[in-house]
Design a protein around this ligand. Structure first.
Ligand code: SF4
Length: 162
């Protein structure tokens, strides 16, 4: 794919990518009791992905972020999905945590419950069943002032700038 990625990547995303690139390129100092950047999958959830770090001695799964002050629900879903993938693959996990690199803080979190798992499955199903046609509502006045109207397949309205 062409184009300059810097133009479409916000600074926090760029920092996050750098962190994960260092792992993928194995420039991050690996330890023999750590598994990094492992590809994981779950047949049950129907998802694939990559974990950040699994500490084999402690059976601890860690997801690092550049800067973390609040843990958002989507971040819980990310580490829960990693957890369910790894356990389905046969790994044993006793602890989960986020790690904030910028201030060197560890945020331990609970192992997901059955209720959490159902919530995650429900969330994944919303993605799988997502149909933009169900949620995009066109508004003639708005579309006529939208610079993308000529490219948009949701409206026949031409914009006023032509
Ligand atoms: S033209 Fe398309 S993109 Fe623009 S406001 Fe209308 S629906 Fe949205």
């Amino acid at each position: 794919m062409g184009g300059d990625e810097n133009l479409v990547t916000a600074p926090p995303q760029a920092q996050g990518k750098e962190i994960h690139l260092s792992i993928d390129n194995k420039t991050y100092s690996t330890h023999k009791n750590e598994i990094t950047s492992l590809s994981v999958y779950s047949n049950e959830l129907g998802v694939i992905g990559k974990i950040d770090i699994y500490k084999t001695k402690e059976k601890l799964l860690v997801e690092r972020k550049y800067k973390l002050s609040t843990i958002y629900q989507g971040q819980y879903y990310q580490i829960w999905a990693q957890y369910f993938c790894m356990t389905e693959m046969g790994y044993s996990i006793n602890k989960l945590a986020f790690y904030s690199l910028s201030d060197n803080k560890l945020f331990p979190i609970n192992i997901p419950t059955t209720e959490n798992k159902n919530e995650l499955i429900n969330f994944i199903n919303q993605f799988k069943n997502y149909n933009p046609a169900d949620v995009i509502q066109t508004n003639k006045n708005k579309c006529s002032h939208c610079i993308y109207s000529n490219l948009c397949d949701k409206t026949e309205v031409n914009n006023v700038y032509e």
